[in-house]
Structure formats: C-alpha cells, structure tokens
Design a binder for this molecule. Sequence first.
Ligand SMILES: Cc1cc2nc3c(=O)[nH]c(=O)nc-3n(C[C@H](O)[C@H](O)[C@H](O)COP(=O)(O)OP(=O)(O)OC[C@H]3O[C@@H](n4cnc5c(N)ncnc54)[C@H](O)[C@@H]3O)c2cc1C
Length: 388
Amino acid sequence: MSELGEQIAAKVEAFVREVVIPYEKDPRVETHGHGPSDELVQELRAKAREAGVLTPHILEDGSHLSQRDTAIVLRKSGLSPLGPIAVNTMAPDEGNMFLLGKVGSPEQKQRFLEPLVSGEARSAFFMTEPAAEGGAGSDPSMMQTTCHQDGNHWVINGRKAFITGAEGASVGIVMAKSDDGACMFLVDLPDPAIRIDRVLETIDSSMPGGHAVVTIDNLRVPADQMLGTSGEGFKYAQIRLSPARLSHCMRWHGLAERAQEEATAYACKREAFRKLLVDHEGVGFMLAENQIALKQSELMIDWCAGVLDTGAHGTTESSMAKVAVSEAIMQVADNCVQIMGGTGVTGDTVVEQAFREFRAFRIYDGPTEVHKWSLAKKIKKAQLGAAK
Ligand SMILES: Cc1cc2nc3c(=O)[nH]c(=O)nc-3n(C[C@H](O)[C@H](O)[C@H](O)COP(=O)(O)OP(=O)(O)OC[C@H]3O[C@@H](n4cnc5c(N)ncnc54)[C@H](O)[C@@H]3O)c2cc1C
C-alpha cells in the first residue's frame, strides 16, 4: 500500500466512524424498505465533500488509486452500510465510474462520468433480465433485450430485473444484443421509454433506489451514446467485472469487521452462568474463527488487487476472491448473530443488516456455484487440454 492510500483510508475511517455511523438510526435510512432516501444521500455527501473524503479512490487529476490502495480505502468506507453511499464508493456507481473511466470517449466522460465522480448523480447497470421470461441471469449470453440501428439512433427493447438504483438514477448503462453481439449504451434517466414496473422486496436494504424490474419500450439512443462499438459489449463488461466484483468484497469486508467489533464488545460485557460470554469456549472460538476468516479474506482481496494492478483482467483471481470472501463473511455474520443472542437478530445493531446484506452478496456478481463451475472448467482444461 502507498502512504497516500494509507492516509486516505485513515481519513475515510475517521469520517465513517464519527459522522456516518450516528446516521444509522436516521429514519431516512430505509425508505419503504428499499435503501436510504436521496435526501439523506445528498446530506451525507455534502458532509463527505466538506471533510475532503468524497469519491476518495479517484484523485483530483482524474487518476484512480491502485487496486491495492482502493482496497484499504473501500474497506474503511464499508465500516457502515451508509459509508460507501456517503463517500461515493458504493455499487453500482463505483463499477460504472471505473468502466466509463476506461472506455468512455472524452465527450461521454464529460457528460456521464463527471456528475458521478462529483457525487451529484447516481447510476444503474442494466444487464439481468426476468428469470420467469428466460432472460439473462447467471448466463449473460441468454440476453433477450435487443437493439437495432435506425438512422443515427439505436432502438432498444426488452425487460430487465434486479436493476440496483434504477429508481432515482440519472445515468444508465444498458446492455442489449445487436446482430453483431452484445452492446452497451449510456442513457440519461429518467426516460419515459424506460419504465420501472416495480421495486423488488429483497433481503438486503442498503442500496438507494432498491432493485427494480424495468421495461424498455422503443428507447431511442443517439449513436454516439454507444459505449465503444457494436458487438463488443461483453468485452467491456469484462473490464468492469473483476474490479467491481472485488470492490464488493472490499466494502463488505469492512462491514464484517464492524460486525465482529459489535460481537466482541457484547461478548466482553455480557455475562451468563457467572462469567463473561467471551470466557465460554464456544463463544471465544467463534470470535477467533471470525478473526481468522477476516484476515484470510483481507489477504485474498489484497492478492487479487495486486493481480489487477499488473493490468491483468484477473477473472480467475476475482472469481476465487469473490467466493472465498462472500462465503467467509457470511459465516462471520452468522457467528456474530449467534454470539449476540436475541440482540443479534434485532435491528438494534448493524449485525443483523450485515447478515442480510452478505446473503444477497453470495448471489450477485456471480453466484458462488457459477464461479466454482467456471473454475472447474479451467481446471479441467489445464489438465486435459482444450479438446476434451
Ligand atoms: C441484490 C441484488 C442486486 C443486483 N443488482 C443488479 C444490477 O444492478 N444489475 C444487473 O444487471 N443485475 C443485478 N443483479 C442480478 C444478479 O447479477 C443475478 O441475480 C445473478 O447474476 C444470478 O442470476 P439469476 O438471479 O437469474 O439466477 P439464475 O441464473 O437463475 O441462477 C440460479 C442459481 O442457479 C445456480 N447456477 C446457475 N448457473 C450455474 C452453474 N453454471 N453451475 C452451478 N450452479 C449454477 C446458482 O446456484 C444460482 O444462484 C442483482 C441481484 C441481486 C440479488
């Protein structure tokens, strides 16, 4: 890690602990059960701007911190579920900013990236489609949303599901299929041709706007709003994929650390059977296992970040990191709930939310089984060669 990365991480940690955590009990944290209100988002961002910690992973000159430095900064931002929202390191904006920074044209960056970096706008990434209609999910090649060129425009039609933050976003990245293959488009939101049918009720609750089912009905997009060229959409998705996947690990690792802090404090204060809970071996072992799992996860994140810093796509490494970290922190959160007894399942501490958020994390950005399946295919290929 660089000294600069350490300094930014320390500033972010202080801001999250002193300013953001007290907001966790604010009634605007869950609007209709679907994430913080935009009023709260902007209030928190104003404070982050004032404290000099807004969008801390992108520097004044537009350059991005190394992935290793990003890891320590994003982990600190994740100490509260509201932290990434406050300092603008949250999903899906962080991944969308990364993608736009890599493949956007200068005009596209000015129009769509700058409002995201300044924290004024939110964005959404439209890839998944309703399972009941046979659309893209674990297998993106099942994409049904179509696009075709009509003069100087592209016309897009289809249905999307689980689109995080679609409600309230002003920038969208929409994936659709042309005769050439997958394409990506930058769109202004809201647009009457992109209709939010409903916001899903989900187990998690941290993300502003929730997760929407959307109908795209004859959306006309000027040709210069295509990201890159027709048929290259999956290539660009690949650029976003590994860093975005890893940044989820970074943020949620921060929240898992916080859950462990809460469980430790409880176990070191609460007594049962005339001694502190921590002195009961069953409880002490759970805390010890958590500490081991958190350190292993941290090392896995740093290892994968180091691979990405070489310029490699890191597809295999980010798959391994995503499985290892999401599964490990799920167990950490479960242990924390158990250690805290009844209190663990209440909304009185952040432990209950950590448990819910990590459950969803085992599914998005590739379910555990899909990563294992893809790793197994690579293992087989390495052993038997491409022919089998
Ligand atoms: C909270 C949340 C937020 C999301 N946000 C977004 C978003 O902003 N934008 C977006 O485009 N999408 C988003 N998604 C969608 C997410 O990417 C998909 O849910 C995910 O890709 C899985 O697709 P699916 O739900 O259709 O599951 P399915 O494809 O139906 O798979 C179901 C299960 O089948 C198993 N499975 C599938 N393939 C294999 C295999 N090859 N080997 C073994 N087992 C397999 C896995 O256990 C998997 O969980 C979000 C999802 C959630 C839950």
